[in-house]
Design a protein around this ligand. Structure first.
Ligand code: SF4
Length: 771
């Protein structure tokens, strides 16, 4: 979907066949009983297998296009057999074909009919046989439903679909034209750029202009959200961008982006953008006790019949944050979550979590590819993407949870689940040699990395997935949640297994089970997500990754899969060395074996600083254990110093209460863990925070898993220790210290507590302006 502007008098609107039919031919209930659909890999393999069964005359992936008024319709039909004059659309599925709802089949027919007309027109055919090929990925059997149509009938059908879409397309075109004109005139909303903000904005604009990705390290406090969104929006008309995606790791980042867009569009007459905030399903669902189909949820029943009204109201509202999208959805009796999914197709700026563009099922990425959108992508706090992406391409299965589920699973599933159990136990018996690999801490659960994933267990899992799918389709209501959880976990596990390569480990963690036998957790553990993310960057016109801590650039480029020549720039800090007094406690060692000796000197250092300069401080430690030990000694020796402590499981109100202790007139020390909720993303300007104590280098704990990460990254990049320990650790230290200076007026102190901070390779990783 998108406009090709060749001057307003000659504008054509391009739409993919699938998008056209989804718009015009979907009716009735939302029905997700047929999820999970086959994975992308299974779909591709299914299509390839069907094609391989056809004769020499069979053409695969036939590109077709046609015009109707100013509508340009394009797409790729799955296959055409010229000898039989048969055009095929292949649909892979699992489960019972008879249970595919009528409105899904209707959509499939609409697609093949549109392709049918485009083919007749291109090849001057009077008629063609259309075939829907339903391919069962489990049995690998095809069910073909075919019918012959005249070209005339297909033309009429095609034109009817276009007619239904054309009003919307014209409205969309008008919007696009007004949007681009307004963005051309968009002015920076403040009289001046903040220091550093202009070079930031210029770099983003240039990246989109040259169509390259860009990494930017820019300090907090210069207004990165506005400084990246503004140039990206300015580039929309000049670079013909269809969409901008603003991706964040956490909810506060979404809010800041919404606020920045508000600031940019203060004049109601120049609100050119349709903005959408995407929220996770569990946060948007109105009926968490129901399932997403018309027989269970009232907001799924008749969803597609009411969708046109809701969609129209949504584009008129322009800004769709969580609350306004919900209001519109409920007014029209449709599900807010799925209305959000629909509006992702029609919004100019979409704000959402990283996973919408980067994970295995990323909707925004899939839409961009399917609709050939030119997109500009902004990745906020991009240092988080390494860990988040690893999580997206990792998968775990726990045997104890499996056993508990199996005990209550329906009798119909006994055989496939027993097979899994047998294979799992056999794997434990071969692999649990009771000799810990990595063996650095024998108190850890027993851990092994295998050379290859267990083929027999995976086959048993595939088998069970098929059996559970059949069971779920027949019993859609009242499912046991443990069974459902296992099902989705197993499905994800098998999908990730298909992607297994040197970028991942396959490991097992054993612990004693009942009756002396071990139970294990199986894990595909992604170490280097680069190969999964690289195609996402390539699919964008430009992706800009920005953060206050994005160095060393090589580390992020290697792990994230950015091209070697991706520019990395550092925006100079507006802060000066005299604002921050940095001290290294070089007589204290926080190494694990020397921790108990470090408690007393750390407490004395903190108390001394507090006495010299009373005010609010944050003290960061690498673990809750270490934090509690130091807090205990401080409390005992200096009960007069007010202190408050982060606890292991803090909910949102507790976190808020922790932060509220930092008042402009307050005094005391807040204890927190490095890399935790208070280690980044919190803003305590002025007197609310005047200093930080950072004990340790933030190095991840040395354990068998991290040792394996080190080994694997050493083999791939030749810098195992740095990639597994040093860089992630120092990144947390710099983020934590970054809490102190938030504005050019702030003054503060940072105590780096460990002798290793004086080592050149460690000191070299600290921000230049500190020195
Ligand atoms: S409201 Fe909840 S249960 Fe209903 S369709 Fe939406 S997400 Fe599914």
């Amino acid at each position: 979907m998108g406009a090709s502007h060749r001057g307003l008098v000659n504008v054509s609107y391009s739409v993919a066949v699938r998008a056209l039919c989804e718009f015009t031919a979907k009716a009735g209930d939302l029905d997700l009983r047929f999820t999970p659909s086959p994975s992308a890999q299974q779909g591709i393999a299914g299509h390839a297998l069907v094609a391989s069964r056809r004769g020499a005359a069979y053409e695969r992936e036939v590109s077709l296009s046609g015009e109707y008024r100013n509508l340009h319709v394009r797409g790729r039909a799955d296959g055409y057999d010229a000898e039989r004059n048969q055009l095929e659309e292949v649909k892979t599925f699992r489960g019972d074909l008879d249970l595919i709802p009528a409105n899904h089949r209707q959509l499939h027919w609409a697609q093949v009919k549109v392709y049918g007309w485009l083919l007749c027109q291109a090849r001057e055919l009077d008629q063609v046989r259309l075939a829907l090929v339903y391919f069962d990925i489990v049995s690998q059997r095809e069910t073909i439903i075919g019918e012959t149509f005249t070209a005339e009938l297909l033309r009429e059908f095609f034109e009817r679909q276009c007619e239904r879409f054309i009003d919307w397309a014209e409205q969309d075109l008008a919007h696009r034209s007004a949007r681009d004109q307004a963005l051309g005139e968009l002015r920076f909303p403040h009289a001046n750029f903040r220091a550093g903000q202009r070079p930031l904005a210029e770099a983003v604009y240039k990246a989109v202009g040259t169509g390259r990705c860009l990494m930017i390290q820019a300090p907090t406090g210069i207004g990165k959200t506005l400084g990246t969104l503004f140039p990206m929006l300015k580039a929309m008309p000049t670079q013909s961008l269809d969409r901008v995606f603003y991706l964040t790791a956490k909810t506060p980042g979404r809010r800041l982006a919404l606020q920045a867009l508000e600031t940019l569009q203060t004049d109601a007459t120049t609100r050119p953008l349709r903005v959408l905030e995407l929220v996770a399903r569990d946060k948007a669902c109105e009926h968490p006790d129901k399932a997403c189909h018309g027989e269970s949820c009232p907001l799924a029943s008749g969803f597609y019949d009411r969708l046109p009204g809701a969609r129209q109201a949504a584009v008129e509202a322009a800004t769709l944050d969580q609350a306004s999208l919900r209001d519109i959805a409920l007014e029209h009796g449709v599900c807010p979550y799925y209305l959000g999914q629909e509006m992702a197709r029609w919004s100019d700026v979409v704000i959402g979590d990283y996973n919408y563009y980067f994970d295995l099922n990323a909707m925004l990425f899939a839409l961009s590819v399917a609709n050939q959108w030119r997109v500009g992508v902004l990745v906020d706090e991009a240092h988080n993407l390494v860990e988040r992406a690893r999580g997206m391409y990792s998968a775990e299965l726990d045997q104890a949870a499996f056993k508990a589920m199996r005990r209550v699973a329906p009798a119909a599933l006994r055989t496939p689940l027993t097979r899994i159990n047998r294979q799992w136990n056999a794997l434990n018996a071969t692999e649990d040699t009771a000799s810990p690999q990595g063996g650095l801490n024998h108190n850890q659960a027993h851990y092994r990395v295998l050379d290859a994933p267990p083929a027999k267990l995976l086959s048993a899992l595939h088998n069970a997935i098929a059996a559970i799918t059949d069971y779920l389709t027949e019993h859609p209501a009242g499912l046991d949640s443990a069974l459902q959880k296992f099902f989705f976990d197993a499905l994800h596990f098998c999908r990730v297994a298909e992607l297994y390569d040197e970028h991942s480990l396959f490991d097992m963690t054993f612990r004693p089970g009942r009756r002396g036998a071990s139970v294990s957790t199986l894990c595909f553990r992604n170490v280097v997500p680069a190969s999964f993310l690289a195609p996402r960057f390539e699919a964008s016109r430009a992706t800009v990754l920005f953060s206050a801590t994005l160095s060393p650039s090589r580390y992020y480029a290697d792990l994230l899969g950015l091209a070697a020549n991706t520019p990395w720039i550092e925006v100079q800090s507006p802060f000066t060395a005299d604002q921050l007094s940095v001290h290294v406690a070089e007589r204290i060692s926080t190494r694990f074996r020397e921790r108990s000796a470090s408690l007393s000197p750390i407490v004395e250092l903190m108390a001394g600083q507090f006495a010299r300069q009373p005010g609010n401080y944050l003290a960061f430690f690498s673990s809750f254990d270490y934090l509690e030990q130091v807090a205990g000694v401080l409390r005992e020796r200096y009960p007069e110093i007010p202190m408050w402590v982060q606890s292991r499981r803090m909910d949102e109100p507790a976190r808020q209460a922790f932060l509220e202790r930092f008042t402009a007139t307050g005094r005391g020390i807040g204890f927190a863990v490095l890399g935790g909720a208070f280690g980044e993303g919190i803003d305590l300007p002025g007197e609310r925070l005047i200093g930080a104590f950072i004990a340790t280098l933030g190095l991840p704990q040395m354990n068998p898993v991290n040792e394996q990460l080190k080994r694997r990254m050493g083999a791939i990049f030749g810098a195992g220790y740095d990639y597994a320990y040093l860089y992630p650790g120092l990144q947390k230290v710099v983020q934590a210290a970054g809490r102190v200076i938030r504005t050019p007026q702030d003054r503060g102190v940072v105590h780096l507590i460990d002798d290793r901070f004086t080592e050149p390779r460690v000191a070299g990783l600290l921000p230049g302006w500190w020195r």
